[in-house]
Design a protein around this ligand. Structure first.
Ligand code: ZN
Ligand code: ZN
Length: 342
């Protein structure tokens, strides 16, 4: 095997450079070396490359964490994964021994090492993973679908905290890539109606294609009135995918309903009249990363339950990454597949 590879390395201050770097070597006995087939761009990558950064990554790190690839080498302690297996990964490696890991909450581990943020990631020809974070996927699952495993696993972790029954109403606030996946998943779960509030025209269009029953432009229409017209009491479940619409969620959800806070916006600080939550008997749920939800996510992908291909708007090479990040920043793209071999 050649010893060098191309990789997109974060240089700090919004800079990303395509460099020739050493192919990673197996370091621990349970390491797995993967040849990357595709890695999609996540909102986190966009935040990392903002100036000032909306999310901190370690300069010198290869970015990218939503990947699929083929195993080309395994350490001597690897037992479940073989050379030639096609895999996806949980990019948040947990320690397994801290007090959260011991409570089966590895997503809340005190020593998480995030791939593509602090440890070299998937915008490269090869990536090193640990076996515990590596999951096999079918050989014939298209790469553009397999790359959704990680965001879908995070969503499944949130959705299993909700109890959405067929025929219940759901309001999705924000239809970025994850919001659109959520619309598809809610429809597949039998929710009805699924109402989407989103300011971007392109994204409202894709929300309709993804199965949304009603889309609302909250800048030009009254979300409150449309929700009232289409649900008897207010939505049974309100999902804030933006990280900044908690107040709106509390106002709109029906009494006794549920709010899932999925999106993250560290600078949002919503003022809430706490009594509204008490008197409406609202359940407010937070959710963070993926916990034991990869098997379900992979099963959904392999069964072709969701029309995820509709969310893939672009494909690019490593060299085109920066250009694509600009498109995402401008809201002109949804999900972008990066092919490191291209
Ligand atoms: Zn991500
Ligand atoms: Zn831990």
């Amino acid at each position: 095997m050649e010893q060098k590879m191309r990789a997109a390395v974060f240089q700090g201050d919004g800079k990303l450079e395509i460099c020739m770097v050493d192919i990673p070597k197996l370091r621990k006995p349970d390491d797995v070396l993967v040849q990357v087939e595709a890695c999609s761009i996540c909102g986190t990558d966009v935040h990392i490359l903002n100036v000032p950064p909306g999310y901190h990554a370690k300069p010198g790190t290869i970015l990218g964490h939503e990947l699929v690839g083929k195993v080309v080498a395994v350490g001597e302690a690897v037992t479940q994964i073989k050379i030639g297996d096609r895999v996806v990964c949980n990019p948040n490696e947990y320690c397994g021994v801290c007090n959260y890991c011991r409570r089966n909450l590895p997503n809340l581990c005190e020593h998480i090492i995030p791939l593509g943020i602090e440890e070299d990631g998937g915008f490269a020809e090869y990536v090193r993973l640990s076996e515990c974070c590596t999951y096999r996927v079918a050989d014939d699952l298209p790469a553009e679908i397999a790359m959704f495993a990680e965001p879908l696993a995070c969503m499944m972790n949130g959705v299993k905290k909700l109890c959405v029954q067929p025929g219940e109403s759901v309001l999705v606030l924000g239809a970025g890539p994850i919001g659109l996946m959520m619309v598809q998943l809610m429809k597949a779960s039998g929710a009805s109606p699924v109402i989407v509030s989103e300011t971007s025209t392109i994204r409202r269009g894709i929300a309709l294609e993804s199965g949304a029953d009603i889309v609302v432009d909250p800048q030009n229409e009254s979300l409150k009135e449309i929700v009232a017209e289409n649900t008897q009491l207010g939505p049974d479940h309100v999902l804030d995918m933006t990280g900044g619409l908690f107040g709106q969620a509390v106002e709109l959800v029906r009494k006794g309903g549920q709010i899932l806070l999925f999106g993250v916006n560290a600078s949002a600080a919503t003022e809430i009249a706490q009594s509204r939550i008490t008197q409406k008997e609202i359940t407010v749920l937070g959710t963070w990363l993926a916990n034991a939800s990869f098997p379900a996510a992979i099963s959904i992908l392999e069964s072709n339950l969701l029309p995820l291909e509709r969310l893939v708007t672009h494909r690019c090479s490593l060299e085109e990454l920066e250009e694509m990040i600009l498109l995402l920043r401008q809201g002109k793209a949804v999900k972008i597949l990066v092919d490191p071999i291209k």
